[in-house]
Design a protein around this ligand. Sequence first.
Ligand code: FES
Ligand code: FES
Length: 186
Amino acid sequence: MPDTASPSPVAVAPVLITLQLNGEPTSVAVPPHWTLLELLRYGLGLTGTKQGCDKGDCGTCTVRIDGEPQLACLTLALEVRDRHVETVEGLGVGGEPHPLQEAFARVGAAQCGFCTPGMLMSASAYVDNLTLQDDPVVRREDIAAALAGNLCRCTGYTKILQAVEEVAQVVLDRQREIEESTAEEP
Ligand code: FES
Ligand code: FES
């Protein structure tokens, strides 16, 4: 009789990686098959990043890697070795909420809130990238495109777009004021 028994699973040793996580140097041992989402939620206890579809469809697991929005469920944890990862826990500064978080709360852009962390991370990347453009203009269609990978089943999106639009405009206005006052200096 041929031996048809399944081979026993082989234990794979965790791999030690280092990364910058929300601005802090972080070393962590990670099973090599884990996604970044598993590392954040189950290895590091950062449950702000949500686990929705787990297959790249909903965007609720969005984090920023080296500044760009990425899906943590489709990223292997080993891929973020020596890179900068930002999660919603690192969005505010000094215990204060980020202006986007304030705006979401103020205009009612979050209902159940499950999509909100991912929305915030995509929105923060949009706002940051906007300030780097030569002649930046806030357009609702650009915001919608930036958030296109983030699904929300509660809000109908209008309030989310409004919140991001308001913050982006405030940030741009402030940037212009600084540039103008700098240009006027003798
Ligand atoms: S959980 Fe990652 S895209 Fe849905
Ligand atoms: S607020 Fe519920 S899914 Fe967006």
